[in-house]
Design a protein around this ligand. Structure first.
Ligand code: NAD
Length: 349
């Protein structure tokens, strides 16, 4: 998808709930600073609501008005939202947006960052998670009073397009793809996934391709995280592996994600709404700030994305303004908003 760089870009901003407003409020000054620093970058925000707090007012966690705003924007910057878990409650707002816009690729970079303890010093991988099918199909039903079935929907088309996306990404990186499955148990669904990746891989002879069972892949993430370059997985496996991989490089507070389709992108942290920290201005804004960097890359403003990356690296290396989860012993933790302002200050010309 190509965006005209010479016009104002319309960004739908969803602050979400729980810690969402804190991390989004810490990110907006960073984006304001980048617009001051990069000629021609002009973002116009439209704020929209989604999340648990919408349900009493709108009867849904994704109001129609929000869908309208999303449809009239170029992309979305989204804070996390809480999803109610009771049977019959609304489907996750995030999963709804992914489905409406067919955002089939969930891209989650995992990288060792300066000054943040990492299991290995040179972790640099990207997990590509299929985002629209698998066990997130939302199809579940009772088969008796005490038994139920959830549908793990896997299609050849869905598997081939996520394989192609991951292989294209591998071509831009270290040309290594690992596809993760449980084909020894899920012989039909993961059989389709495996066949599809192998088929599309033939179009990318320069990429070295291997595979792992998901349990072995989870173990190897701890033992040898530096082994991976691009990892592609079905929906639930990719979701679980990316939270685990985030911990390898410092925790959920530093893990950004992008949801990419052919015509739209939504950018958000990997983490959820961490309700116990609501309104405390305490959590790490980096995952959200780095998600905004991914948005600028997707919008084809690499110079703006680099400014965020450089500023984040400087602030981390300096080691003075860091939230509780990454502040070393002896450094008093900064607030979420302070860290956002410090990164913005580093960018502003
Ligand atoms: P979570 O990611 O919200 O939090 C798990 C733990 O990770 C937190 O208790 C905290 O210790 C840590 N953490 C998360 N974000 C952090 C940050 N920015 N800085 C420092 N530490 C951080 O996971 P959960 O508790 O399983 O889910 C809570 C809610 O979030 C649920 O309703 C879930 O459905 C929702 N959720 C939403 C999204 C999304 O909006 N895309 C993603 C995942 C979970």
């Amino acid at each position: 998808m190509s965006i005209n760089r010479f016009r104002t870009i319309k960004v739908a901003v969803i602050k979400g709930d729980g810690i969402g407003p804190d991390v989004v409020n810490a990110t907006l000054p960073v984006l304001d600073a980048v617009q001051d620093a990069v000629k021609g970058l002009k973002l116009e925000y439209t704020f929209a609501e989604a999340g648990l707090h919408c349900i009493p007012t709108y009867g849904t966690n994704l109001p129609e008005e929000t869908i309208k705003i999303l449809k009239s924007s170029d992309c979305c910057l989204k804070g996390p939202v809480t999803t109610p878990e009771e049977p019959g409650s609304p489907r996750s707002a995030v999963v709804q947006i992914r489905t409406i816009f067919d955002l089939y690729a969930n891209v989650r970079p995992i990288k060792t960052l300066p000054s943040i303890p990492s299991l290995k010093p040179d972790v640099d991988m990207t997990i590509v998670r299929e985002n629209t099918e698998g066990l997130y199909s939302g199809i579940e039903f009772m088969t008796g009073k005490d038994s139920a079935i959830a549908v793990r929907l896997i299609t050849r088309d869905g598997s081939e397009r996520i394989a192609r996306f991951a292989l294209n990404l591998a071509m831009k990186r270290k040309k290594h793809l690992t596809y993760v499955h449980k084909g020894n148990i899920l012989k039909i669904t993961d059989g389709i996934f495996k066949d599809s990746v192998q088929k599309i891989a033939k179009e990318f002879p320069e990429v070295s391709v291997d595979d792992m069972h998901v349990d072995a892949a989870a173990m190897n993430l701890i033992k040898r995280p530096e082994y991976y370059d691009v990892v592609v997985a079905t929906n639930l496996f990719g979701d679980i592996l990316s939270d685990e991989a985030a911990e390898v490089v410092g925790g959920l507070g530093v893990a950004p994600g992008a949801n990419i389709g052919d015509n739209y992108g939504m950018f958000e942290p990997v983490h959820g709404s961490a309700p116990k920290y609501t309104g405390l201005d305490k959590v790490n804004p980096l995952a959200m700030i780095l998600a905004s960097k991914m948005m600028l890359e997707w919008l084809d403003f690499p110079e703006a994305a680099k400014k965020i990356d450089d500023a984040v690296n400087t602030v981390l290396s300096e080691g003075k303004v860091l939230t509780y989860d990454i502040a070393p012993a002896g450094v008093s933790p900064a607030k979420c908003s302070e860290m956002g302002r410090r990164i913005a200050k580093e960018i502003r010309p």
